[in-house]
Design a protein around this ligand. Structure first.
Ligand SMILES: [Zn+2]
Length: 183
């Protein structure tokens, strides 16, 4: 689909400045995302995309962002709700240029990768539930035990063990390589 960006291309640094909100958008990101969108301009095209799936890869198996940046470990699979197309974009570009709420998810996943007894945040719990990684009871337990009351009081050994178990379940999906390595 034709769009208007090429006329304003700045060849010197591979970026252009049409975005406004997040600073200069990498040219390749604009090109690739607009090509997979129904709208013909970046400004409109970026609004068609949702977060479909996120995952963290191990340092020895990084990926590449749609903008061309390599390596990335924090992967977002984004999906265009009008065209059905998908793209893999790094967390940094997603937060900065697409404005999708991937940041808190990666913060939570990285926290439990470092410490299996640490807590996910509410966004990550709801995300894991929405993906079908955890069931109703696990979601309820988790949301209950991340309230300030438990943060002060601490979890019982049994509650802590359950949290660790749920964390492992979440990481098996959110960081598949990590799960294998630490199994
Ligand atoms: Zn990128």
């Amino acid at each position: 689909m034709p769009h208007t960006v090429p006329a304003r291309r700045e060849k010197s640094n591979g970026h252009h400045n049409e975005n406004g909100a997040g600073g200069p958008v990498p040219y390749r990101l604009v090109e690739e995302i607009v090509a997979r969108s129904v709208a013909g301009s970046w400004r409109q095209a970026k609004l068609e995309w949702d977060l479909a799936h996120v995952f963290v890869t191990e340092p020895d198996s990084p990926g590449i962002c749609t903008c061309g940046h390599y390596p990335i470990r924090e992967h977002c699979v984004i999906r265009n709700r009008k065209s059905g197309n998908k793209a893999v974009v790094g967390n940094w570009c997603v937060k900065r240029f697409l404005g999708l709420p991937s940041g808190p998810l990666f913060q939570a996943f990285k926290r439990i990768m470092k410490d299996g007894g640490a807590a996910l945040n509410q966004a990550a719990v709801e995300y894991a539930y929405g993906q079908g990684w955890i069931n109703d009871r696990q979601r309820e337990f988790y949301l209950d035990t991340i309230r300030p009351f438990y943060r002060l009081k601490g979890l019982s050994p049994k509650q802590r063990a359950w949290r660790v178990e749920i964390n492992e379940k979440v990481l098996a999906h959110a960081a598949p390589g990590w799960g294998v390595r630490h199994a």
